[in-house]
Design a protein around this ligand. Structure first.
Ligand code: PLP
Length: 399
């Protein structure tokens, strides 16, 4: 066989054909404008309910200025991993700023929320250890758990009694134990029962870890997350957050004790083996955290919640089910994946972008649209989106 015809990846063709047959195949939508509440994708201007840009910071004037100044002062890249030559002064300053913000001893910034979760769990546990994890935890937690080679036990979503059942069964576990949950669940928008999970962690001597990717900049005073919102300061050993959602740029961070952070400097593999953020990203994040604690930040968070309440109320009035959501993440339940994708496609044609999510992101039979409200949506835009949702929903027999 000649090299021109050799294709050891030919099985992918059949797998993709299978996705197409099931109506689950997608093309990437390409954003042609800035990430804003009304944006143009694939040549079409739509009301954009698809981003995690909760506070509209992706295009914030002050943050742009901070990024540009950092480029002028320090260049476009850091040139190395953190442990060699890639730790710049602004990296240290940002970490100190986040630690103060979160009221913890120390903080380390990773390249993304994904690497923060995966790198941390894999660094602190090994094969003799045990992880007790909510069934709807984010993929980056799941991957971190697998990388650690620890034993993984899954409790039913937000079910503290089921968590306790596992804690009791493993009471005499010889290794270390980690209890881990998302603060806000990314596909359902519901909030973890954090105080009760902290009770469990304390009673059964587990390390307590929370991933607050969707809570940072959204819940708690100044957007300090679920630990602040639910009054759990001092009870959570490891807090993860993202810089890619409400903060508007890119990155992830871990807050906790000085020793935890020191250990992650030595054993967090993405920290050790992948280059640190360019100065522009770091400076953007510094400006964003300063903004969260300013009157402008307070105003944006208030607006985010007012918009969230308005949009959810309208969807309910129009007959949609938004499930258990308690946050700006607004799932619109459909059920069958092919129907959810069709709903999303027709909505887009009608001028609203709300992506469909199906298996493997959510369980089979639980497909939905996932709409996210931001602080920078205008009331009229949300009302228009609700009307279009109702029209298209009716045409598909969803409402
Ligand atoms: C988005 C998300 C992450 C990943 O964050 P990135 O900074 O985008 O890598 C981690 N955990 C949860 C719960 C998320 O929703």
């Amino acid at each position: 066989m000649t090299t021109a015809t050799r294709n050891p990846l030919s099985y992918l063709h059949n797998q993709i054909e299978d996705l197409k047959a099931k109506g689950l195949h997608f093309r990437l939508r390409v954003l042609e404008t800035e990430q804003r509440p009304v944006a143009s994708f694939d040549g079409k201007e739509v009301i954009n309910l698809s981003s995690n840009n909760y506070l509209g910071l992706t295009t914030h004037r002050g943050l742009r200025k901070a990024a540009l100044e950092a480029i002028r002062k320090w260049g476009v890249g850091s040139g190395a991993v953190r442990t060699i030559a890639g730790t710049m002064q602004i990296h240290m300053e940002l970490e100190e700023q986040i630690a103060r913000f979160k009221n913890t001893e120390a903080c380390v910034v990773f390249q993304s929320g994904f690497t923060a979760n995966a790198g941390t769990v894999a660094a602190i546990l090994g094969k003799d250890d045990l992880i007790i994890s909510d069934e709807l935890n984010h993929a980056s937690i799941i991957d971190g758990c697998r990388l650690s080679k620890a034993t993984i036990r899954i409790f039913k979503h937000k079910d503290v009694a089921d968590g306790e059942r596992i804690c009791k069964e493993t009471e005499n576990w010889a290794g270390r134990k980690l209890l881990i949950t998302d603060g806000v669940f990314s596909m359902d928008g519901d909030i973890a029962p954090l105080p009760q999970l902290c009770d469990l962690a304390e009673k059964y001597n587990c390390i307590m870890m929370v991933d607050d990717a969707h809570a940072s900049g959204v819940l708690g005073r100044g957007g300090r997350g679920t630990v602040d919102h639910l009054g759990c300061h001092g009870r959570v050993d490891i807090q993860v957050g993202t810089l890619s959602k409400a903060i508007g740029a890119m990155g992830g961070y871990v807050c906790g004790s000085r020793e935890l952070i020191d250990w992650l400097y030595h054993r967090g593999r993405p920290f050790l083996f992948s280059t640190s953020h360019p100065p522009s990203i770091t400076a953007t994040c510094q400006a964003a955290f300063a903004l969260l604690d300013s009157p402008e930040g307070e105003r944006l968070i208030k607006k985010l919640w007012a918009n969230t309440k308005f949009f959810k109320r309208r969807l309910k009035q129009l007959g949609f089910s938004t499930g258990a959501s308690e946050t700006p993440i607004t799932p619109i339940h459909v059920g069958e994946a092919a129907k959810a994708f069709e709903f999303s496609r027709r909505l887009f044609e009608a001028g609203v972008y709300a992506p469909a999510v199906g298996y493997p992101t959510v369980a089979e039979g639980k497909a939905r649209l996932r709409a996210i409200v931001t602080a920078t949506h205008k009331r009229a835009e949300l009302e228009c989106a609700a009307q279009i949702l109702a029209e298209v929903g009716k045409s598909l027999g969803i409402v």
